[in-house]
Write a protein that binds this ligand. Structure first.
Ligand code: F0G
Length: 455
């Protein structure tokens, strides 16, 4: 990367007490009040107002477009292409990149019809190198880990963070330690971490238990924490919103809808929206709304029952294992951006999630269960009148459909909810189920089937 000129210098600021630092401790917590840090950019202040790296909004837009024609890794990465809005690496340090970002924005005509709105699009962050949105934050945070000289990086995860971290650690020549809840992550994600060479520990606890243990481990061992309490992760994840606005020719949608687990992603996207508004890149803010699974809904409850004043941790349970989180670390950051953009928080049930996932599949797009909460939530927000039929909506799909094939197969075979409290309600799903047909190996059998289906 190029030299960190004064305007690009970023610092860390505690979101609670405002303490300012240039380096965080191993746990990325404020030494005074133990709350989280965020990155801020004092260098953006100029006599002509806020300018990232001295550029006007128009200059930034054309600079980022020009980079799309370039071939070096810092420009082909859909994260580092927006580096004026990111903390800079020191001279002589290069990003660890797998050419993350650059994800498609799809129209979802069938889902729009189902949700009863005119314009629905999805930004598919599952189209990243390790098939989830985590890569956009991992390229930045892993690069800072390497710059700081760490040999080991670590995370607690419901699966996607670990897959992403393991890949970026491997690319960057570092070793990685993964703590995951035993039996509660999909095989696809677990197998990725193994293939990318992580030391993978399945702990007999949930995600929140893994997080508690890892927080102790990083205090005792020289291991760099790559969970989203690490503010450099969120900086990279911001770029999904910047790229989205570029794809929309800088015309903000009315609503942006995001799944909520540990709440790092909603915080990051919201931070990007606020920064883009401050810098004059956009003229108004989309409403950012967060959707949680009803079985893992501490943020929903905090928002509606406690006006966001406190968050009561809970024992989480949902088949959308990616968001099976009861004590989300970044809830205060997420609260701030939901309030600042006048969004809301919604919850959706297990059957609603399964149905929405199949509906996203029926548009030829597909996603993993946690991503499907966005469509399920949108349907509720339309019914409640929070989203109007004529308003434009973008869903953030966070993970690829192949992340959790077991969920999809069980869904189509009709046994996803067998033996659970949702069994009766699940009869709603029959219309969307397409179990494989087992036929005799004859032309007649296939032709007969086609005729039946076509009639
Ligand atoms: N969607 C997917 C596919 C995820 O993997 C996650 C989080 C989320 C949504 C929620 O994002 O935590 O930023 O609110 N997965 C983490 C992990 C926790 O370990 O992979 P969030």
């Amino acid at each position: 990367m190029t030299t960190a000129t004064p305007t690009r210098i970023s610092r860390l600021r505690c979101i609670h007490c405002g303490h300012i630092a240039d380096r965080a401790d191993q746990d990325f917590r404020c030494p005074n009040c133990h709350d989280l840090f965020e990155v801020f950019f004092p260098g953006w202040q100029t006599s002509q107002g806020l300018r990232a790296h001295g550029h006007t909004a128009a200059e930034l837009k054309s600079l980022w477009l020009e980079r799309r024609a370039r071939l070096e890794p810092e420009s082909t990465s859909g994260v580092w292409r927006f580096r004026e809005l990111l903390p800079a690496l020191n001279d002589g340090h290069h990003p660890i990149t797998l050419r993350e970002g650059n994800t498609p924005l799809y129209d979802l005509p069938r889902c729009a019809q189902i949700a009863r709105i005119e314009h629905l699009q999805a930004k598919h962050q599952g189209m990243n190198p390790t098939a989830s949105f985590k890569d956009t934050g991992m390229t930045t945070a892993a690069s800072f880990a390497r710059q700081e000289g760490f040999r080991w990086v670590a995370c607690a995860s419901t699966g996607n963070t670990s897959a992403s971290m393991a890949a970026y650690a491997a690319r960057g020549g570092m070793r990685s330690l993964v703590l995951i809840p035993e039996g509660k992550i999909s095989w696809g994600k677990l197998s990725q971490a193994l293939d990318y060479g992580a030391v993978t520990c399945q702990l007999r606890t949930d995600f929140d238990g893994c997080m508690r243990i890892l927080n102790e481990v990083v205090r005792r061992m020289p291991v760099y924490l790559l969970n989203s309490v690490n503010p450099y992760r969120l900086e990279g994840q911001k770029t999904a919103a910047i790229e989205l606005l570029e794809q929309l020719n800088w015309q903000p949608p009315d609503h942006l809808i995001v799944p909520g687990g540990n709440l790092g992603n909603s915080s990051a996207l919201g931070k990007a929206l606020l920064e883009m508004k401050d810098l004059g890149l956009i003229s108004r803010l989309p409403k950012l709304s967060v959707i949680q699974a009803a079985g893992a809904n501490p943020f929903y409850r905090s928002f509606h029952e406690h006006h966001g004043r406190e968050l009561v941790p809970m024992q989480a349970d949902t088949l959308a294992t990616a968001i099976r989180i009861g004590n989300p670390a970044s809830w205060k950051k997420a609260l701030k951006v939901v309030q600042a953009t006048e969004g809301t928080v919604e919850q959706v049930g297990e059957v609603e999630i399964a149905l929405a996932k199949a509906e996203i599949g029926s548009d030829g797009v597909g996603c993993e269960p946690a991503s499907a909460v966005t469509l399920a939530g949108l349907k509720k927000l339309v019914r409640s009148g929070f989203v109007k039929g004529h308003e434009s909506v973008v869903l953030i799909l966070t993970g690829h459909v192949l992340k959790d094939p077991e969920f999809t197969l069980k869904f189509h075979r009709g046994d996803l909810f067998t033996g659970t409290a949702h069994e009766k309600e699940a009869s709603l799903l029959a219309q969307q189920q397409r179990a494989p047909l087992v036929l005799d190996a004859t032309v007649d059998a296939v032709v007969q089937t086609l005729k039946q289906l076509d009639s």
